[in-house]
Design a protein around this ligand. Structure first.
Ligand SMILES: [Zn+2]
Length: 443
């Protein structure tokens, strides 16, 4: 009996060994090899060197060490000296709201949405969540972005968000397309109406925009919105600024804070509530910086990477019409401090920018700038990349297909001429972008 068991074990042992030394073979059509690059997988693991990534159609088929044999008769991209990371995800943008130097809901249409989405693709942003300012045209665009041959970023949407009658978000800024429930029963009815369109999240604006509005959203109204949203299994994202609002929203069961707390340092009470309710945090630091930085004419305003992201006329508009906001610099400082407190305590932080909400929040550029601000706040570059990729995939509920660079995941790849783990600004040195395994035309 004992001998039999030993023989069996030996057989298993040799089978395992021979299996291990047997190189994996990949056959079939439509394989692409990305050869010899450095890999930052988005999961927070340190860079791996000299890997070969095999793509099949829209997915990552395999990640091989340099020693492992490669399939033959495939398309090969020689990428020695380059770095491959996942495309960025932005969990807070606005689509179609700006066009040239015009802004507001009148600018939203399919052509303008698609134009902006292709800009995101070229800038290596492979997923965007549009945060509550969309019209119904977005649902068809979202469906097209989900097709396996799409070269658009994956589009997620909050559809029409929820604001306050004669309050936030300011209709004077051209945001006149949102629901503004007057009472609890109207709020419930409107959430039910919106839920039929299956938005990925529901967006609420609750505060008074720096005391510029007469009133905030009545907590009973946002409690009802959150209840109805959760009954339809849709998470709720809140525009926040004040610590006090954040605590009330946390108690009401909100799922994500879509901006930073900026009026004061976050405290233990908020952190415990966030952990208890599993609330994620999207700091949108680039929004606060855009509130004052252009008046200082930073050197990067001369870079082609920045200038190519501007719509026609916007460079001139910044020179002549840009007004810096007195509180933005202090807001950014507080936001940087708070994001690190929350990040270090284990709260899930994602990347978002509020790009496209108005003319000074530059789509494509802002997403890379946000990474730099997260590093300035205290994250390592590899941590900031995780925030922008795998953390966002978790927050957005798409981790099954988009959790970084791993076998079986979608082939949404940003290939860089220099290593962003040494200098995060190297994410701007874009060599090429793949979305759904397809090389994006970037000229
Ligand atoms: Zn926004």
């Amino acid at each position: 009996m004992r001998l039999k068991v030993t023989v069996l074990f030996l057989a298993i042992f040799f089978a395992a060994c021979s299996h291990k030394s047997e190189p994996r073979q990949f056959f079939g059509e439509n394989l692409t090899i990305l050869k010899g690059a450095r890999l930052i997988d988005g999961m927070g693991t340190p860079a791996r060197y000299n890997v070969n990534i095999i793509l099949k159609e829209d997915r990552i088929k395999a990640i091989l060490d340099a020693k492992e044999p490669l399939p033959t008769r495939t398309k090969v991209f020689e990428l020695e000296g380059k770095t491959i990371m996942p495309t960025l995800m932005s969990s807070h943008v606005h689509l179609g709201m700006t066009n040239g130097v015009q802004s507001g809901s009148r600018q939203i249409n399919e052509v303008n949405d698609l134009r902006q989405l292709y800009k995101f693709s070229k800038y290596g942003v492979g997923t965007v969540l549009s945060m509550g300012t969309d019209l119904d045209v977005i649902y068809n665009i979202r469906a097209n972005s989900q097709k396996t041959d799409s070269t658009l970023p994956l589009v997620l949407t909050a559809g029409r968000g929820f604001g306050v009658p004669a309050g936030a978000p300011p209709a004077a800024m051209g945001i006149d397309q949102v629901y503004r429930p007057k009472n609890v029963s109207e709020a419930r009815k409107q959430v039910k109406e919106l839920a039929l369109k299956k938005p990925n999240v529901i967006k609420i604006w609750v505060d008074d925009f720096d005391h510029s509005m007469k009133k905030k959203m009545d907590p009973q109204i946002y409690q009802a919105i959150i209840q109805e949203a959760h009954a339809a299994k849709i998470p709720v994202v809140a525009h926040v600024y004040y610590l006090e609002d954040a605590k009330l929203l946390a108690q009401a069961g909100v799922d994500v804070f879509g901006h930073s707390i900026r009026d004061q340092p976050v405290d233990m009470e908020l952190m415990s509530l966030m952990k208890l309710h599993n609330i994620a945090y999207i700091p949108t630091l680039a929004l606060d910086e855009a509130g004052y930085v252009f008046a200082e004419k930073p050197v990067w305003m001369k870079d082609e990477f920045f200038r190519a992201a501007l719509d026609p006329g916007v460079e001139d508009w910044i020179a002549k019409n840009y007004k810096s906001k007195a509180t933005s610099r202090e807001d950014l400082k507080m936001a940087m401090k708070n994001v690190m407190t929350l990040f270090k305590s284990g709260i899930v932080v994602g990347l978002g920018t509020d790009s496209g909400a108005n003319l000074q929040r530059i789509q494509g550029f802002s997403e890379h700038r946000e990474l730099q601000l997260l590093v300035e706040a205290g994250m390592t570059p590899v941590e900031a990349i995780r925030v922008a990729t795998v953390n966002n995939a978790n927050i957005l509920g798409i981790a099954k297909d988009y959790a970084g660079i791993a076998e079986g995941m979608k082939a949404n790849l940003l290939i860089l001429d220099a290593d962003p783990s040494e200098d995060i600004a190297n994410t701007q040195k874009i060599h090429s972008v793949f979305i759904n395994g397809k090389l994006i035309e970037r000229r």
